[in-house]
Ligand binder design. Structure first.
Ligand code: CTP
Ligand code: CA
Length: 225
């Protein structure tokens, strides 16, 4: 029994994962987005499923195949991602936010394509802030175990810890970008109340599926206590 449990450390657990970028429309043909590939979130969905969990993946616009056995909900904007997540979060024991949610969206959505014709100045784009999906889930009355991601270009540990505290999370996973965006190899830094831990442990790099499996094992260990 012990061996079976350790082989499927998330057996019987339900996991909700966000992945990919979001797309914030400016008009019917244009929008704001970012370079997130979604690969880490999709690899985590696969690894969590392999570990025995029931997995729901809320995905922004990406070109990736759905991992076998994973339920996928496709969204475009941050607001759609938030609606999809908040409708489901309370029913899950674990929430992993890998999505690169756009921090801002255009204040106005133009009904028709914005035309150049005759205007001397380019149009000004006024932005407004999107809600923080992860912080909203972590603030639920009985929140799932919430894992945040922090893609940073410098001061990884400090920025990841700031997010851990600000969003009131039990675990934040940091990685250095944008060098890692879209790449297969990466290294992670797990930041929690106890300290910091590198994955791979020797500070090398590994492909995202290997990292995802190692991260799932670490999360399962924390869920079990
Ligand atoms: N996140 C989210 N909703 C947002 C912004 C971020 O759910 N509107 C989640 C991301 O999925 C990630 C974590 O919060 O798990 C950290 O995202 P990040 O962009 O690094 O943090 P921000 O709080 O947006 O801070 P900044 O971009 O200024 O570093
Ligand atoms: Ca952000």
């Amino acid at each position: 029994i012990v061996a079976a449990l350790s082989l499927k450390p998330l057996a019987g657990r339900s996991v909700l994962i966000t992945a990919g970028p979001t797309f914030e429309a400016i008009d019917p043909v244009r929008g704001l987005t970012n370079r997130s590939s979604g690969k880490m979130g999709f690899a985590l969905a696969r690894a969590a499923r392999e570990a025995g969990a029931t997995v729901t993946l809320v995905a922004g616009p990406v070109h990736l195949d759905t991992p076998r056995g994973v339920a996928r909900v496709d969204v475009q904007s941050a607001q759609q991602m938030q609606d999809a997540v908040l409708a489901r979060a309370a029913a899950h024991e674990l929430f992993i936010a890998t999505a690169a949610v756009a921090d801002w969206r255009p204040l106005q959505l133009a009904e028709h394509k914005i035309k150049k014709n005759g205007k001397k100045q380019p149009p000004a784009l006024e932005l407004t802030e999107n809600a923080d999906i992860l912080a909203a889930v972590a603030a639920l009355p009985r929140p799932p175990f919430c894992v945040g991601f922090a893609a940073e270009s410098e001061n990884l540990a400090a920025h990841a810890r700031e997010k851990l505290v600000r969003k009131k999370l039990p675990l934040v996973v940091g990685n250095l970008g944008p060098a890692t965006f879209g790449r297969d190899d990466n290294a992670l830094l797990l930041v929690d109340a106890d300290g910091e831990q590198s994955l791979p442990a020797d500070g090398s790099q590994a492909d995202k599926l290997t990292l995802a499996r190692a991260l799932v094992a670490e999360i399962a260990r924390r869920l079990a206590v």
